[in-house]
Ligand binder design. Structure first.
Ligand code: JFZ
Length: 418
């Protein structure tokens, strides 16, 4: 894969910066409870954590009837949040398929009273609204299929045949997903192909059907193999690196503490935390894929909707400093009360903590600043500043415009800087 080919494929993704992850499946029915007891751990791992036999877990399908599901509404929530792409679980580790597949009846169309294909409806709604659509696919762990990995309580691991699983199940399902659901922007594999050869084989298989599809980093364990077969590096859950990463990378993140819905996880991140995480990630060159975990009724939990609405309001005023922005060209220290993003000729100073005296001093600005103003300011009225070599003293005034992140634009003399 040439650099120019990958650059072409990644262009929209580097511009987009912010996406919606959706973990939705049978696990949304128990929602973190089993036989009247709370099951600790991630919502979508309940079958593994409670070692639920397939015969019992399958029965959930007859109770899965998400009549409140409205793909247009979900896409509206993503758009209002300022999210530019959506990745939804097609098949998670429990093996239940959220799309109509000929390979098994263990899918939402054939096994539930719902009898509709949410991936079809969501992909169509995304296309109508200009949101990129992708799907998550668990290519190794499958606690339902006899040849899938991970279920040692119903099956004897010694009798499993992963090659058979890959050839007779995974590849045909990927063909269905890459043939029947329109343009697929991303295939978000998880977690890890068993060997680099299989990872390369899966990536080639995806591109046989849709050459422009981006393949996520978790097609392989990334740096652990040092071969990076995916189109970008997928960091750990909610992991934000200390420093800028000189490659395409993404932080997958929960909005509370679980991916799949849990009825009692109300530990929501505030809009402020989400905005500051987004700024931190973009300032280091990454994308932020933030998750919602819809209920068994087919609704995105209202607290998530309200949080995302507030994030979108901030992005409406300050999106220029995020979408298509480059990582900070100036090093900052972890405790600095500001982060930088940049575009040619502009440095965006994200003031994350308002200085009591209304002033901030910045070092390492290796170009002459011509003008400074609040990005969200009505008329971009000029701010007073004093530059001495590479250091700048900026007078912000005593009242912030925004409670979370006030973005100051420094217009540089060199329109091509950095
Ligand atoms: C995986 C899944 O097991 C989990 O249910 C969820 O879908 C999440 C997005 O992805 O969990 C992982 C996989 C890899 C790492 C961490 C969590 N990792 O490499 O640090």
């Amino acid at each position: 894969m040439s650099k120019s080919e990958r650059d072409r494929r990644m262009a929209w993704w580097r511009e987009a910066k912010f996406g919606m992850f959706i973990h939705w499946g049978l696990y949304s029915v128990p929602a973190g409870m089993w036989k009247g007891k709370l099951v600790s751990g991630l919502g979508e791992w309940i079958q593994f954590n409670a070692r639920i036999p397939i015969e019992e877990y399958e029965k959930l399908a007859r109770h899965f009837n998400p009549v409140k599901f409205d793909a247009t509404e979900w896409v509206k929530v993503a758009k209002e949040a300022g999210m530019r792409y959506i990745v939804i679980t097609a098949k998670h580790h429990d093996g239940f398929c959220m799309f109509h597949t000929e390979l098994t009846d263990y899918n939402i169309v054939d096994a539930t009273p719902f009898n509709r294909d949410p991936l079809k409806e969501l992909s169509e709604a995304c296309r109508k609204e200009g949101i990129k659509f992708g799907f998550y696919y668990s290519q190794l762990l499958d606690w339902h299929h006899p040849d899938g990995a991970g279920n040692d309580w119903d099956y004897d691991p010694n009798n499993k045949n992963f090659t058979r699983y890959l050839e007779d199940y995974v590849k045909p399902q990927l063909r269905e997903l890459l043939t029947n659901y329109g343009s697929i922007a991303i295939v978000w594999f998880d977690i890890y192909s068993p060997t680099p050869e299989i990872a390369r084989e899966l990536k080639a298989w995806v591109h046989r059907f849709q050459p422009e599809t981006i393949v996520s980093g978790r097609i392989d364990p990334g740096r652990r193999w040092d071969v990076g077969i995916g189109d970008y590096i997928e960091l750990g859950d909610n992991e934000i690196p200390e420093k800028r990463v000189e490659y395409d990378w993404e932080t997958p993140a929960t909005i509370n503490n679980t991916w799949g819905f849990k009825s009692y996880d109300h530990d929501w991140k505030s809009p402020g935390v989400i905005i500051q995480n987004l700024v931190d990630i973009v300032s280091k060159g990454g994308n932020y894929l933030l998750n919602v975990g819809p209920t068994a009724d087919g609704e995105i939990p209202e607290p998530s909707v309200q949080i995302l609405k507030k994030v979108g309001e901030w992005l409406k005023k300050n999106g220029e400093s995020i979408y298509g922005a480059q990582a900070s060209p100036v090093d900052t220290r972890p405790h600095d009360p500001y982060k930088y993003t940049s575009k040619p000729g502009k440095l965006y100073v994200h003031v994350l903590a308002w200085p009591w005296d209304g002033k901030i001093e910045m070092q390492g600005i290796k170009n002459d600043v011509e003008r400074a103003y609040f990005l969200a300011g009505k008329n971009h009225e000029k701010l007073r500043f004093k530059q001495k070599g590479e250091s700048i003293l900026l007078h912000l005034g005593t009242k912030p415009l925004d409670p979370v992140d006030n973005v100051i634009v420094l217009e540089m003399a060199d329109r091509k800087w950095p």
